[in-house]
Design a protein around this ligand. Sequence first.
Ligand code: ZN
Length: 527
Amino acid sequence: MREETEPVPPWFLSLGYAIGNMRISLVTLTSVIPAWGQIGPRHEPSLNHLDFESSLMVQPAKRGTSIFPHYAQSIRTFVFCCFTLLMSGSPLHAASPYSLARFSADVTIPLGHRCMGVLPTKSTSIDDPLYAHGFVLLGPEEPIVLCAVDWCEIRNGAYDQWREALAQAAGTTVERVLVSSLHQHDAPVIDSTAAQLLAQVGLEGELYDEEFHQQTLTAVAAAVSACLDSAHPITHLGIGQATVQKIASNRRVIDSGGRVNYTRGSRSGGNPVYREAEVGQIDPYLKTLSFWNNDQPVLALHCYATHPMSTYGKGKVSSDFVGLARNRRQLDDAKIFQIYVSGCSGDVTAGKFNDGSELHRKQLIDRLYKAMVKAWRDTKRTPIDQLAFRNTQLQFRFHPGKHLTHQSLRNTLEDTEQTVEKRILAAMGLASRQRVEAGQGIDLPCIDFGLAQLVLFPGETFVAYQLLAQKLRPTSFVMCLGYGECWPGYIPTDANFDEHFEDNWLWVAPGSEQRLRTALQKVLIQP
Ligand SMILES: [Zn+2]
C-alpha cells in the first residue's frame, strides 16, 4: 500500500494536519535525504537508457528493508516537517500543493515479435530500445498519470489493463490515467480482446507475446509505484512552442486530374508527385509543456502532430526519429526529464520530406530536436495556481461497411485459407465491434492548468480535430495528444468521409465528427 495508508501515531496527526500535505513533505524528504531508511540494495528502476533516475532521483527501498519497520514514514515526515520549519522560519502554507514524480521503463519487444499488428516481417533486430516514459501529478485531488509508450497501439481490453495497472500503482482512479502510444510501426499493437479471439482459432501469440506483455506492464506499474517516493515539488508551469521545419505533410494530395486521394505515406518522398504536392493541412507547431520547481525545470513534455516513422516494415525495432530526437534532447541536461508524445496525426506523415533513406531519417531527427530546443527557448514560466481534471465519454458508432459486419469479420477470422495478417485484422475489428455493441465508450480526458490544457484523443484522430480543439480555447495553450484508446483506427472528419476516405485501418462510422466536437466542448470549455 502507499504511504498515506500506513499507520500514523496520534502524536503526529495534529502536526500533520497543520501542515496539510503529508505526501509533499514525505517525497521532498526522500529527495533531500537519499539514503534515509534504507538498508541493503536499492530497488533498481527498469532499464533506463539515460540513467537519469539513478543520477537524479532516489529510488525507494524495497518494501520490508526499512530500518524503521513500523512508523518509519511517519517519523521521516515528522523530522522533515521540523527541518522545514527550522530552515524556512515561515509558515508551510506557502509550499506548493503539487508535486510530480517521473518514471521510465523499458518496453522493447523481443526478437520474432509481430510489429504493427499485421506486418508480415516480425522483429529481426533492436536498432534502439523502446520505452514507456511518464509522470504522476500529485496534488490535493487524486493523482493524474500520463504514460507515453514507444508502441504502435494499445487497444480494447489491453488499454483497460494498462490504465487499471497504472491506476493501482499510483493510487488513483482509472479515469485519471492517460496512456498514449507514440505509434511507431516497427513496434507492437497490443489488443488482448483480439488476442483471445485469435487464440480460439489456433492463432495464440500471433498478435503479441502475452507473457512479454504481462511482464512489461508489471514493470511499468512497478516504475510508477516506485517513483512516488521521489516526487518533486512543482510550483510553475512552462509553455513554449516552435515551428517545425520540413517534417509534417498531410496524406491528402490532389493529383494532376484534380482528384483527391489520401495516399501520401510516411516515406513517399521518393516519388516526385508526393514530394512536390502541397504540405496540406498540418499543425506547424511543436508544443512543449514543462513543470518547474521554482527556477529548476523538472520535466518537458513535447507534442507534435505527425506519424513518427521514417521507415518501417523490415523488423528493425526502433523508437524512430521522434524517440531518437527525444533521446538526443535528454542528453543536453540530465536533470530535465524529456517526454515526447504524438499529436493528432492520423492524416499527417513525413512523406513530403522523407523517402525512407538513412539521410532523411537523420534530417528528421535533427529537425525535431531543433524544434524542441527552440520551443524551450520560447518557454515562459507561470505559477501553477489551478489544476482541474475533466473527462467525458465518446460513443462512436462502428463502421457500417459490409467487410466489417459481425459475420464478415467472423468468417475471415476463421478462414484458414486467409493470411494470418488478414485474420489478425479481422480479430481486431471483431474485438472493437463487440466493445461498441456492449456500449463501452472511450474516455476523452482533459487536464486543465488554467492557461494550458492537455487533451488525450483516441486512435488516429486527424489533425483537423487538434486545430478544432485549439480554436475552442483560442487564447489558451491547448496540447492535443493522439493514440489513446486505439481501436477506432483513423478518425476522419465529415469532409474526409465526403471525399470517400477509406482504409482497412478505419473502424469508426461517418458522423464521428459531431460526437467528437460535442465531447471536446464538454472537456475544454469550462462549465
Ligand atoms: Zn498510423
